[in-house]
Ligand binder design. Structure first.
Ligand code: NAD
Length: 501
């Protein structure tokens, strides 16, 4: 087996970044960080507690109330955002190496993540410069206009799958609109988040605008959610965590954006382009190691093409290259952490009692250590099966046949989740009618997940609350204050006027 690749100059200590300084926790507490190939500790990270969150929020609050950032012209902020994008692009190779080392994502897929992160900053730089707000006239009586304002300190809580890219989703719109932020990245993968600090510093972001507190969700994350000076929480993660955050944010009535879990269906009708559907549904569940919120992890196939589809799909799944995440040939790498590996492996065992195993089914040959699971395909999975209903978040897919459109729709909508849906058919009328009846925040017709940054991103049911993306992000991170101006004489009922005469 090839020697395990370790990037040069790997930090052994990961710290917080508060008010322009790298610092340890006030308490000195740390937690261990593992890499998913050797499962050994390569670093310790500062474990933030309430007092660290308090310091970070105070710095962000000061930068918001007294600093230049919220008061800058959009063009001035946009220049800094574009410098950030340039720096992310310039460090693409290094970023991808760190991300791959920390998360186990294949290096070719980590590369795309860095470029997408840069694009997020460019996109919101453009958007705030082009931004205009409504003005409404009542002729001769009133003018009303919208004064859009940043809200204050935004708390950003992110997961471990594609960490750097997902952080950029929240950082870019929050900063573009003039807010100050405290980022709490996922504890499994804290490595790449600390790169933001230098990138922001070099780009000229004023101190205190961006603050980073590492730590466990139940400690640092919880303190951020409960902090009274943090009016906004943007969270991406599991549905159960989202519920806890929702409850904990209620006391202070915070603005919440929740991007949660999924169990998205891919529906293949008999008239679909079968080869394209196979390519796309393989990529849709096995890219990013299957650790993908929008994974098409349930494939529903019309009975007339079911056996043909299953045979071809399984043959390709068996052929997927699983291996060291740093090897450019690798298509599926190592799962992020031994705890997550154990969870996915347990679903593979459950699947063996719930479906017909067509490919995979455990650790791949030749990889005796590391968090590797062979791409696993189960057919004939019933809708009440756990592997049909529960998010596995790994390289495991359930295939189920259907007889007609009505049954396909019932199966597709038969989960608590509603993030994405993928529909494969060449019948235009069916494509639109079916898509519109899917209980999913996002639908792709004859495609896997390829998203224009202007479109809304978000789920329904247990998959989320609110939308991110394009103008929806601008709306989330700003208040739209309505200012009303009277034209001419103001007509007011004259209270108390008669008694005075
Ligand atoms: P997770 O919910 O375990 O953790 C996410 C973040 O929340 C981490 O930073 C964690 O430390 C923090 N956290 C945990 N408990 C907390 C608490 N009580 N208070 C505050 N913060 C807390 O999720 P994960 O395992 O890191 O990520 C995988 C999940 O994320 C999957 O369910 C996946 O579908 C979902 N996800 C959704 C999207 C989307 O856009 N819908 C995108 C990516 C991932």
């Amino acid at each position: 087996m090839a020697e395990h690749y370790v990037p040069d100059d790997l930090p052994t200590r990961i710290r917080h970044y508060i008010n322009g300084e790298f610092v340890d926790s006030v308490s000195g507490r740390t937690f261990d960080v593992l890499d998913p190939v050797s499962n050994t500790n390569y670093a310790t990270a500062a474990a933030g507690q309430k007092e660290d969150i308090d310091l970070a929020v105070a710095a962000a609050r000061e930068a918001f109330t007294a600093g230049p950032w919220p008061r800058m012209k959009p063009r001035e902020r946009a220049r800094i955002l574009n410098r950030i994008a340039d720096a992310v692009e310039a460090q693409e190779t290094r970023l991808a190496q760190l991300e791959t080392f920390d998360t186990g994502l294949p290096i070719t897929q980590a590369r795309g993540q860095a470029l997408r992160a840069a694009e997020n900053f460019r996109f919101f730089a453009d958007l705030i410069v082009a931004q205009f707000d409504d003005a409404m006239k009542v002729p001769g009586a009133q003018i009303n206009y919208v004064n859009r304002k940043p809200i204050g300190v935004a708390g950003l809580i992110t997961p471990w799958n594609t960490p750097f890219m997902l952080e950029s989703w929240k950082l870019a719109p929050a900063l573009a609109t003039g807010n100050c932020v405290v980022l709490k990245p996922a504890e499994f993968t804290p490595l790449s988040a600390s790169l933001w600090a230098r990138i922001f510093q070099d780009a000229g972001l004023p101190d205190g605008v961006f603050n980073l507190v590492n730590g466990l969700g139940e400690e640092a994350g919880d303190a951020l959610v409960k902090h009274p000076d943090v009016p906004l929480i943007s969270f991406t993660g599991e549905t159960t965590t989202g519920r806890t955050i929702f409850r904990n944010a209620a006391e202070n009535l915070k603005g919440l954006s929740m991007e949660l879990g999924g169990k998205s269906p891919a529906i293949i009708f008999a008239d679909a382009d079968l080869d394209a559907a196979i390519d796309s549904t393989l990529f849709g569940v096995f890219s990013l190691n299957g650790e993908r919120c929008t994974a098409g992890s349930r494939i529903l196939v019309h009975q007339d093409i079911y056996e043909e589809f299953c045979g071809k799909y399984a043959a390709r799944a068996k052929n997927i290259v699983v291996g060291d995440p740093h090897d450019p040939e690798t298509e599926v790498g190592a799962l992020v952490h031994p705890e997550h590996y154990a969870k996915v492996a347990s679903y593979v065992e459950i699947g063996k009692t719930e479906g017909r195993l067509l490919a995979g089914g455990g650790r791949p040959e030749g990889l005796p250590t590391g968090n590797y699971i062979a791409p696993t395909v189960f057919a004939d999975v019933a809708p009440d099966a756990r592997i049909f209903q529960e998010e596995i978040f790994g390289p495991v897919v359930a295939i189920t046949p259907f007889a007609d459109d009505a049954e396909a729709l019932a199966l597709a909508n038969n989960t608590k989740y509603g993030l994405a849906g993928y529909v494969w058919t060449n019948d235009l009328t069916r494509a639109h009618n079916f898509s519109q009846n899917l209980e999913a925040g996002m639908v792709w017709l004859n495609s896997h997940n390829v998203r224009d940054l202007r479109t809304p991103f978000g789920g329904v049911k247990a998959s989320g609350l609110g939308h991110e993306g394009g103008y929806r992000s601008i709306d989330f991170y700003t208040d739209q204050q309505a200012v009303h101006i009277t034209l001419g004489t103001v007509h007011t009922p004259r209270f108390g006027a008669s008694a005075a005469q």
